[in-house]
Design a protein around this ligand. Structure first.
Ligand SMILES: Nc1ncnc2c1ncn2[C@@H]1O[C@H](COP(=O)(O)OP(=O)(O)O)[C@@H](O)[C@H]1O
Ligand SMILES: [Mg+2]
Length: 230
């Protein structure tokens, strides 16, 4: 589905990713984990075309994306929820959701299943985004990325700063998005238990490269934990 091969990524002169390769198989839930600052968000930004990637290849369903502008990548079926969610606090929930239609040229409508997935959204439709809790904002950000009906959904730390009961809801929603719609999922996480419970494959990153990859059910949790803390 999504294949990164030998990708380098830079902020100005500083090279953050070095020959990073990663495979996200179609229909699966895949995680990218690792300590702070190793380049997880940079990897997602590379996939979205939000940072310079002078070397390597990023293919979706065989099509090369590396030179493609971000809006085309979104149109081609990549949904992205950035770290920190980035919803618009002064806009209502409904308005925030409608922004998700922009990549389609403002046409189309919000798919009904999104309201089944996140029942708080229709309930709070007229409320300002900024009035929602962190967990509710995360749900809104995920919903907004789903509005354009992506083939793959990319999430950057969906559980960060969110209370445990809502983390559970988000885990359930991710599973449903994958099962109901067959949407492939790539998520960056630091919360190992969440990854062990909800993913099919895991990739552990250290400074700019992937150092461990495994089918989640075959992974040695203690070994992964060690890689994430040392
Ligand atoms: N906008 C930026 N400009 C320069 N360096 C950056 C920028 N964003 C991140 N970095 C650096 O890139 C490295 C990787 O960051 P990031 O991908 O955000 O890590 P992670 O998501 O794994 O915590 C860090 O050393 C960070 O300081
Ligand atoms: Mg990050």
């Amino acid at each position: 589905m999504l294949t990164l091969s030998n990708v380098d990524a830079c902020y100005g002169e500083s090279r953050i990713l070095r020959k990073l390769s990663m495979e996200v198989p179609k229909g699966k839930i895949v995680s990218l984990i690792g300590r702070n600052g190793v380049g997880k968000s940079t990897t997602l930004r590379s996939i979205m075309g939000l940072i310079k990637t002078p070397e390597g290849s990023i293919k979706m369903d065989g099509e090369e994306l590396i030179q493609m502008p971000t809006y085309k990548r979104v149109r081609n079926g990549i949904g992205y929820v950035p770290q920190g969610r980035d919803i618009f606090p002064q806009m209502t929930v409904e308005e925030n959701l409608e922004l998700g239609l922009q990549p389609l040229g403002g046409k189309g409508k919000i798919p009904d299943y999104i309201y089944d997935l996140f029942p708080i959204l229709p309930q709070f439709a007229k409320r300002k985004g900024g009035a929602l809790s962190g967990g509710q904002q995360q749900q809104l950000a995920i919903a907004r990325a789903l509005v354009a009906e992506p083939k793959i959904l990319i999430l950057d730390e969906p559980t960060e700063g969110i209370q445990p009961s809502i983390i559970k809801d988000i885990g359930v929603a991710i599973k449903k998005i994958n099962e109901w719609k067959g949407i492939t999922i790539l998520m960056v996480e630091q919360y190992l238990d969440f990854v062990l419970e909800h993913t099919d494959y895991l990739n552990v990153m250290e400074k700019g490269e992937i150092v461990y990859r495994k089918e989640t059910k075959k992974a040695d949790a203690a070994e992964v934990q060690k890689l994430m803390t040392e």
